[in-house]
Design a protein around this ligand. Structure first.
Ligand SMILES: Cc1cc2nc3c(=O)[nH]c(=O)nc-3n(C[C@H](O)[C@H](O)[C@H](O)COP(=O)(O)OP(=O)(O)OC[C@H]3O[C@@H](n4cnc5c(N)ncnc54)[C@H](O)[C@@H]3O)c2cc1C
Ligand SMILES: Cc1cc2nc3c(=O)[nH]c(=O)nc-3n(C[C@H](O)[C@H](O)[C@H](O)COP(=O)(O)O)c2cc1C
Length: 606
């Protein structure tokens, strides 16, 4: 609540304090705030109402919401401190009265990089009790991931376990759905100051539910990447120019170098950003589903207000709007009801949940329909049971300074056999096989990655670990540093299966290495010798030099596989710090933490 005019002769801090004081007095009169315990008859005692907002955000969405929370809190008279979660020290935390946490989830249910240290301190058995803390948590996530909003949930539960009082239930935002955020904000303000009677039960741990997504309403919106009009919800129909195979004859991989023209879109990006691509489904899968249900592709289906006119043909909805490669739980449940004698019905018994989950793994909508052939669904009901098709993100492999008006990607195609049928990754195979260069529109938007950038100081060394498609952003970083004349040393660790066929971008990297711009290049081809060798092994071999670079202020980057590679690389980095740096295990953790908090350890993993 801004009571003191902006023009009043006070500093920002003084004005915030006065606003807080006046707002508290006003609320006191309205009876909604704990009264300041002043003896009756004495003038009201000024009670600053400090509120900390802790944010955990990888690509900026949670940061954006946290800023909105901060603005709203200030307008309500709170004295706001907005901090990255990692920058809240244990001492500060144990002294806090009010904390709002806004945190996304990354990797496989992990906290974002700027919340990892906070979580490790909070989850430590020795963490201090937080009895005087009142808090609430807002999570951001994506229901397509198994551990939806897992990081926010764990922080919420841990704060409660440490004795803090949850003043409003956790809210969880899925993709761009901001309804839970709005509901959470409404719930939080009145309760942050309310005094519960002794022994009142804490707020329940279950989250504030958002409304069900409108079936078929298309991909949800995220915070726009830039001020430009092309966003996740309104992607730019770009043209693909090149989808060249990077692997040689005989490779078991099919990785593509993709070039996309940005035309007159005014889409801008920086080295480190990702490109969102809204793909189309495999026409063979669309056809199979239409046949299995005996449906006409020309039947109109309603998609609600997101589509001009409200409806499109079923064939187009199946091609472009809905997820066909995984059956939704809602579809499985409905098929079980419609076909009680089917396998899917027997697996749907609650006691057989693990069996159902393992049956669903690797099966698609067509498999589900075929397993319950007597189930009939019309187009409208089918649409209500399928989830919206989400865009895929790709780390940008070019610098706009080297390739103005273009975006390059390094895309690994996903192809495998499962349950007797060959399966195709939706976006990667669409880009590689079905997009006709110069003809098929490719809907794209820029996903800004503020936390993944080359060093802002051009003289700093940078160490990049990017095996497989993880090379993509480092191609961009090298182009960027070359274009800007950055003088810092550059070291790349790259790996894949075989040098002869899988050394991606060798025709660019070798010359860069030869002319010394790429100061060091360490390669690990796992299948070129008896025992497997990976980038993390090369890191260990180079412990001394790696340690020296880190001590010279190098930034350390890793990109690619999150499940194994990024974890193994982090383990190798710890080993380097311990062996070459002569640190204990605990000191190595602190060293890593300080690299993170200085922005010198950045990850782009998926
Ligand atoms: C920030 C970010 C950056 C990224 N950058 C890149 C990049 O530079 N290059 C790149 O190639 N990708 C990148 N990705 C991954 C990319 O977004 C897609 O996830 C990937 O291309 C697969 O999408 P798809 O639609 O082709 O496959 P989907 O249709 O989504 O299928 C993939 C799924 O198929 C299943 N699957 C795959 N292989 C098998 C198997 N052998 N057996 C059983 N099931 C299997 C898995 O469930 C997997 O999740 C990035 C992701 C993120 C989040
Ligand atoms: C590589 C990757 C992994 C993710 N993992 C999860 C996850 O495990 N659980 C989840 O709920 N959301 C997950 N998400 C979704 C993000 O939490 C979601 O996009 C969120 O809005 C990002 O917020 P931020 O920009 O503040 O980091 C993941 C997203 C990406 C790109």
């Amino acid at each position: 609540m801004n009571i003191v005019p902006e023009t009043a002769p006070f500093s920002r801090e003084q004005r915030a304090w006065l606003n807080g004081f006046l707002a508290a007095s006003l609320f006191d009169r309205l009876g909604s705030v704990a009264p300041a315990s002043a003896p009756s008859g004495s003038p009201p005692v000024a009670r600053p109402r400090p509120l900390w907002i802790g944010v955990g955000s990888q690509s900026g969405s949670a940061s954006g919401l946290a800023k909105k929370v901060a603005k709203a809190a200030e307008s309500k008279g709170f004295e706001v401190t907005l901090r990255e979660l990692d920058r809240i020290t244990p001492d500060e935390l144990s002294g806090l009265e009010r904390l709002l946490v806004v945190c996304s989830t990354w990797g496989d249910g992990e906290p974002p990089d700027n919340a990892a240290g906070f979580w490790s301190r909070l989850s430590d058995g020795a963490a201090s009790r937080l009895e005087s803390l009142r808090y609430s948590v807002l999570g951001l996530g994506d229901r397509n991931y198994a551990d939806f909003c897992g990081a926010a949930r764990r922080i919420d539960e841990r704060l409660e376990a440490l004795g803090a009082r949850r003043v409003a239930p956790r809210a969880e935002c899925d993709g761009g759905d901001r309804a839970p955020f709005t509901a959470w904000m409404e719930a939080v303000w009145p309760s942050l100051d309310r005094v519960e009677p002794e022994g009142a039960p804490p707020s329940v741990a279950s989250p504030i539910p958002g409304p069900d997504p409108v079936p078929g309403s298309g991909p949800s919106a995220a915070t726009p990447a830039t001020a430009c009009p092309w966003t996740r919800r309104h992607p730019y129909p770009a043209r693909l120019r090149v989808a060249r195979r990077l692997n040689g004859e005989g490779s078991s991989k099919d990785t593509r170098h993709i070039e996309i023209e940005l035309g007159d879109s005014s889409l801008a990006y920086e080295a480190g950003d990702a490109l969102g691509v809204q793909p189309s489904n495999d026409p063979a899968l669309v056809e199979g589903i239409l046949q299995a249900l005996g449906l006409d592709p020309g039947v109109p289906v309603s998609l609600g207000p997101s589509v001009p006119g409200g409806s499109i043909d079923l064939g187009e909805a199946l091609a472009n709007r809905w997820v066909l490669t995984q059956p939704s739980p809602a579809l499985v449940k409905r098929l079980a009801e419609l076909a009680p004698g089917s396998l899917i019905a027997s697996l749907s018994d609650p006691s057989r949940r693990p069996d159902l989950e393992s049956w669903m793994a690797g099966r698609d909508v067509l498999d589900a329909l075929r397993s319950a052939p007597e189930a009939r669904l019309d187009a409208t009901e089918l649409g209500s049971l399928l989830r919206p098709l989400q865009p895929r993100l790709y780390s940008i492999a070019s610098s706009p300074k080297a390739h103005p008006g273009e975006v390059h990607l390094t895309v690994g195609t996903v192809r495998y056999e499962a349950h007797g049928r060959s399966r195709l990754g939706v976006a990667s195979c669409w880009l590689a096989d079905r997009v006709v260069p110069g003809v098929t529109p490719v809907p794209v938007f820029v996903q800004v990655s503020r936390h993944f950038r080359p060093p802002s100081d051009p003289s700093r060394p940078m160490i990049m670990v990017g095996p497989g498609t993880g090379i993509a952003p480092f191609r961009a970083f090298l182009q960027e540093r070359r274009a800007t004349g950055a003088t810092g040393k550059n070291w790349l660790f790259f790996g894949d299966q075989r040098r002869a066929t899988d050394y991606l971008y060798s025709s660019e990297l070798d010359p860069l290495h030869r002319d010394g711009f790429l100061t060091r290049l360490d390669l690990a081809f796992s299948r070129d010798q008896e025992s497997k060798v990976y980038v993390q092994d090369r890191m260990r071999e180079q412990s001394g030099a790696l340690w020296q670079w880190l001590e010279e202020g190098a930034h350390f980057y890793v990109c690619g596989d999150a499940r194994r590679m990024a974890k193994d690389v982090e383990a190798a980095l710890r080993t380097v710090i311990q062996t070459a740096g002569g640190r204990t295990e605990e000191q190595a953790s602190e060293y890593l933490e300080s690299l993170r908090s200085e922005g010198r350890y950045q990850k782009d993993v998926y």
